[in-house]
Design a protein around this ligand. Sequence first.
Ligand code: NAD
Length: 476
Amino acid sequence: MKDPNFQKQYINGEWVPSSSAAMIDVEDPVAMAPCARIPRGDVRDAERAVEAAAAAFPAWSKTPAVNRLRLMQRVVDFMNENCTRVAGIETRELGAPWSYALKKHCLYQLSRIETYMRLADRVLQPRRTEGARLILEPHGVVSCITPWNYPLGQIIQKVVPAILMGNTVVLKPSTLAPLSACVLAEAFHEAGFPKGVFNLVNGCGGVLGETLVKHPKVAMVSFTGSTEVGRRINRDAAEGFKRVCLELGGKSPDIWLPGMSDYEPACRKLFDSVFLNAGQTCTSLTRLFIHESMEPDVRALFRKMLPLYPAGRPDDPAAVLGPVVSGGHYRRVAGYIRAGVEEGAELFAGRVPGEPAEGYFIEPTIFMNVKPEMRIAREEIFGPVLSVLTYRTVEEAVRMANDTPYGLSSALYGPKEEVLKLAGEIHAGNVFLNDAGRDITAPMGGFKESGIGCESGKAGLMQFVGIKSVFDASSF
Ligand code: NAD
């Protein structure tokens, strides 16, 4: 893909060359070959972007909300006009099947922008307590650092609420899937946003990260990615008392209780969560807990449902999942599958991946007879791999489900009264009961080592402001 903007940075309202001549190849995981190049930005790029964002902040923070919303509507319009282009990008940099790329990586993510706009209008209405007026003040420059798994979506979740609430932004996307960020930068440009409100710097986190977190003119860091990198960012940000919002890893449990007549809907939801996007979803329900009496029926159900999840190339209309994102990630996921076999779990579906030949494809993989101490039950794999554990009592299931440093998502399937009762026992930021789906106006955040703060909904917008109480006797 030879879009000239891919090879530039977007700083202070202009596409500019990086201060560094070095480039990074973006790999197509189906072709296992480079499909585009982006700059390997250096510290000077990060500094220029932070300075531009800092210079733009005073005016942008005073811009009336109605003007901010009007400009953001133009971003939505531009992105809608470019949605097949974005979907095409995600078939290349992620290898996503075409229909998944269009619906989940693009259109669904654009609906988040519109939701934020609708909610921002309400959040920004005047507020008061019994004796004070409350003013919501933006923090200043927000560094947004994002992962590759839903490239556009993770960016929208930060950049849009930050800017709507009056902050200015420096975005650093993942080097593995950075291209849709360039289309979003074009959208901000074409919409006519003032210079410096939105800046895009491509490059390695290890090089740019320190400036984007520690620079004295950065007020907040909004990060989505691994717990390991999040821990480091949290430590670095603490020194400067910067605000942080951290959306990190997960190893989410799904508990099936006995007593339901049909487990097919639960299986569909589980497999969607673990296998779609090749398992590269932070909220994947990768640990299934079943009562020991259910095992024969669950095996039969899995055999029936697995053929609905074929992996294939983006242009194959039958493909439900694509490859994992890169050669490095393929080897990491393969290493976990190997470890599962070596630790004695039963490889019920899938196989230990060998050397990749035609794309980094990993079949939907299911381990039965998994024990809680195994690595495949404890560590985030971030691939299409499900670990099934059995329990004797519900108390044991809940204890095992909570026995992890993570607390991102969870699901419970069973008789209504029982799942309602258990929802309060699970230590996670999200609990899905029976057939409920996500509501994008609800907050989405993790407990424990899955993060600090949240995204989505009004609570997601509120991350990007401080609340000032004005005590003014004359107005009461
Ligand atoms: P990652 O932590 O390796 O990288 C995320 C981003 O951080 C990238 O842009 C990377 O370049 C940058 N980075 C790397 N080192 C840095 C440093 N020292 N300082 C600053 N930035 C640095 O994560 P990933 O592999 O891109 O994404 C997968 C992870 O993201 C998984 O753990 C997944 O669970 C998590 N995730 C969480 C959520 C959520 O909402 N909780 C959503 C999506 C993904």
